[in-house]
Design a binder for this molecule. Structure first.
Ligand code: PLP
Length: 293
């Protein structure tokens, strides 16, 4: 077992190491039986967790929507540091020793109520390969426009919940079509987000460099990686655009990436069977923005 686990519960609010080779989740845990819980996935480099405040803020926003308690930033950070201190060596993709750090808040059992756990695992070679070689993707309709969920808090708009069955089914469907990744669109073909990533593209014209992404507040997950890339790009003089984006915008872009905390910026080299330009210099630049302290 290469994962390290820390549990935060009523008895251990600051977190305690747990043995991942023994059962830790009860059979009637509602995180398990109903996907009723929220989570974050972060990246640690050389034992230091990246963008911690942004992740804790989004975890808190997700938990607020789902009416779940959130461990304090101090407790989560301490528990993550404890897990990292006992973790197996990080994956080596040339950017330091990298770990994926997952924080889960589950509704728990009806008897015991909510609790949290943290799992730290080395970033796998498949992630490094995708960063190097890029991915192919297909556009899949999301069925409805998640912006329509915005007024209905019980639809948990923008919350990162444990209910990822649809996202995983979309990935399986993409793979059955011979692609690596799925990118959701509305019925009107507006681009939303990847199954587990945000979509970012670059348009480079003489004297004008623009980064574009679908409007993050319109029912999709507001990506912490996209936000960090955009903040750094603005400092470097790039223009920023926040959707709406349509397939033609991606097809005509100078580079398209799927971005998320652990994968960083993965170039999309083919979308719906159409080759897209891949620009290693731009990918290096975007990756350096994500990596900035
Ligand atoms: N959108 C979805 C649906 C995701 O699952 C993720 C990450 O898991 C993202 C976007 C990117 O979020 P972040 O950059 O904060 O990791």
């Amino acid at each position: 077992m290469t994962s390290t686990v820390v549990v935060l519960d009523a008895a251990h609010p600051e977190g305690v190491l747990a043995d991942p080779s023994v059962p830790l989740v009860r059979i009637d845990d509602q995180g398990l039986t109903r996907g009723d819980g929220v989570f974050e996935t972060m990246r640690a480099v050389d034992g230091l967790v990246q963008k911690f405040e942004a992740h804790h803020q989004r975890l808190s926003a997700s938990a607020r929507l789902a009416q779940l308690p959130v461990p304090s930033a101090r407790d989560v950070r301490g528990a993550v540091e404890l897990a990292l201190a006992h973790a197996a060596p990080g994956g080596d993709g040339g950017l330091g020793a990298e770990h994926a750090v997952k924080v889960v808040i589950s509704r728990g059992t009806p008897a015991d109520g909510p609790w949290s756990w943290i799992v730290v695992s080395p970033v796998p070679e498949t992630t490094f390969r995708q960063r190097r070689d890029g991915v192919t993707a297909v556009l899949l309709p999301r069925g409805h426009d998640p912006a329509q969920d915005a007024g209905y808090p019980w639809l948990l708009p923008g919350a990162k919940t444990l209910s990822y069955a649809i996202n995983m089914a979309a990935l399986r469907h993409a793979r059955s079509l011979g692609a690596d990744e799925a990118v959701f669109t509305t019925e009107g073909r507006r681009v939303l987000e990847g199954a587990t990533s945000s979509v970012v593209c670059a348009r480079v014209r003489v004297g004008r460099r623009t980064l574009l992404t679908p409007e993050p507040s319109h029912g999709i997950l507001p990506g912490t990686t996209q936000a960090k890339i955009f903040a750094a790009a603005r400092r470097d003089g790039w223009e920023l655009g926040y959707g709406p984006l349509y397939p033609a915008d991606l097809m005509e872009a100078d580079a398209v990436w799927l971005v998320s905390s652990v994968r960083l910026a993965v170039p999309v080299r083919r979308l719906d069977h159409q080759p897209l330009p891949v620009d290693p210099d731009l990918t290096r630049l975007v990756t350096s923005w994500v990596q900035q302290a």
